[in-house]
Design a protein around this ligand. Structure first.
Ligand code: BG6
Length: 506
């Protein structure tokens, strides 16, 4: 049931979720503790959850409701964005329940069902249930089948049920399609919410605002003026305690298949007819379908594995020395790929995407790099020490936008031109701090608002882009090492110099 108090057309009004319960599978995982549970508290703290809200944890732990509530409490105290307020916590904790159970055990799901019934009665959650699968994807089919078998997915008049899944959505096109059919057996497309947390970031949504709410950028947004686009997601951390998840997945599946291809789609897509989910997805799908992988994959991609090195003055281990990583692992922790877009707008403009762990610093940005001025009229005495003009969406951590252009150095008699920047910083222009991506996305799930969730087709097309590259790499043995704290392997620089270009140093 949608919230009767909310006009879905008017997004300026506070969007408050209606009565509902979230069933969280995978409560002991990192994501649940660091992101999901804190985001639920932050929503409650911002007054965006109703009094009739429940959170049900499901795990193989001998916990009572109070034990799980304590876990949530600790996660909130440690990771919530907003201050801890006793009265908010008291209200939220009254709707917390725990089901000690096994994912493969039917009786555990019967227990879940009776717990939800009790919650509906005691807290007024009205039978509206979101099943949040923060678990390894290999377990999705069994959980979805259990939900079906226990009748938890049955449609009841006036109530909704939704399923939320976290990536990876498969590990290639074939497995992604298998996953689609597992989900489609139980849920309709509008009941399935695939989380790509990058789409929940304000700075990512702002790409579309800047492109389509202004008149001055869009005329330049094409191959007449743009030389290339560089999308970077760099992290200074290693894989930490995530060996089990990361090894065998690697940088391209972990980040490029989802976050970076979504950034690429938002940067390059045509203007949608409107901002409804169908139209936005349609434009993203069209764009992704036009993406071409270079014929000579070996020349236009690079991968690497971090080796020992120094980060912030501290010696760090290489990937192969990390706990839980087999010493002969060929999983890449750095990936860079050139992609082209087969459209009139983008013909001849390469899009470079790269991601890596243990790089120089944590930064995500989309840099649109413009062509050079066709001639310089300043005469021989001039000194033009200017790189290319660029518009850079600084996605994180220093959120904002930078415009870089050449400018006259004051005082010099001859025309001396150097690069300067104009910067927009969120903190300078807006009073409110941006919510965490998970706050926005969880609220959207509870409200049934799908625009920020990739559809099945987008996911499948993204795999179609990545599969040939992954197949090629799988024949190439171990990825070359790169020093921790640097900017990736030599092959990453070489692929750019083949195109007569260089990577931006973020
Ligand atoms: C996740 C990846 O999806 O995104 C992680 O699984 C990565 O490996 C993370 O660290 C990066 O997210 P953010 O928001 O910190 O850029």
């Amino acid at each position: 049931m949608t919230n009767p108090l909310r006009d879905p057309q008017d997004l300026r009004l506070p969007r408050v979720a209606g009565p509902s319960a979230v069933v969280l599978f995978g409560v002991t995982g990192d994501l649940a503790r660091k992101k999901i549970m804190p985001a639920i508290y932050d929503l409650a703290n911002r007054g965006l959850l109703p009094p009739g809200f429940g959170l049900v944890g499901f795990a193989r732990r001998e916990w009572e409701n109070e034990d799980f509530a304590q876990e949530v409490h600790d996660a909130v105290r440690e990771h919530a964005r907003t201050p801890f307020r006793e009265e908010v916590w008291r209200q939220l904790s009254q709707g917390i329940r725990f089901v000690a159970g096994d994912l493969t055990d039917r009786s555990s799901f019967d227990l879940l069902r009776s717990t939800l019934d009790e919650l509906d009665r005691a807290r007024g959650t009205l039978g509206n249930h979101a099943f949040y699968l923060s678990i390894p994807p290999g377990l999705f089919p069994v959980v979805v089948q259990q939900i079906k078998a226990t009748g938890l997915a049955e449609r009841k008049p006036g109530a909704w049920r939704r399923v939320v899944i976290e990536k990876p959505f498969g590990h290639d096109l074939a497995s992604a399609e298998d996953l689609d059919s597992v989900l489609a057996d139980v849920f309709t497309p509008d009941e399935i919410f695939r989380i790509d947390h990058y789409l929940g970031k304000e700075t990512v949504q702002n790409i579309l605002a800047v492109r389509f709410a202004n008149e001055m950028f869009e005329p330049l947004w094409n191959s007449n003026y743009v030389d290339n686009v560089q999308i970077t997601q760099a992290e200074d951390i290693g894989i930490g305690g995530r060996a089990g998840y990361y090894d065998g997945i690697g940088a391209a599946r972990d980040v490029i298949q989802n976050h970076l291809l979504q950034l690429l789609a938002l940067t390059a897509m045509e203007e949608p007819l409107n901002f409804g989910p169908e139209q936005v997805r349609l434009e993203k799908e069209k764009l992704l379908a036009a993406v071409k992988v270079p014929d000579d994959i070996g020349q236009h991609t690079a991968r690497g594995q971090y080796a020992t090195g120094w980060q912030g003055g501290i010696p760090v281990r290489g990937y192969l020395e990390e706990d839980g990583i087999p010493p002969d692992s060929s999983t890449e922790t750095f990936a860079a790929i050139r992609l082209d877009i087969d459209s009139r707008r983008w013909a001849g403009v390469p899009f470079y995407v790269r991601t890596g762990k243990r790089l120089g610093r944590r930064v995500t940005e989309v840099a649109v790099i413009f062509k050079k001025a066709p001639r310089l009229p300043f005469g021989e005495a001039s000194v033009v020490d200017s790189a290319d003009n660029a518009l850079v969406f600084r996605i994180q951590p220093d959120e904002g936008i930078t415009l870089r252009f050449g400018s006259k150095v004051p005082g010099s008699a001859a025309m001396e031109v150097r690069d300067v920047t104009m910067d927009f910083q969120y903190g300078d222009s807006f009073v409110d701090a941006s919510p965490e991506a998970y706050e926005r996305l969880i609220l959207d799930v509870l409200l049934g608002d799908p625009p920020l969730f990739p559809g099945a087709r987008e996911v499948d097309i993204s795999w179609r882009i990545l599969d040939p590259i992954l197949d090629h790499w799988s024949t190439q043995g171990q990825p070359p090492p790169y020093a921790s704290g640097g900017w990736g392997p030599a092959s990453a620089y070489e692929m750019m110099s083949r195109d007569d270009r260089v990577w931006r140093r973020p």
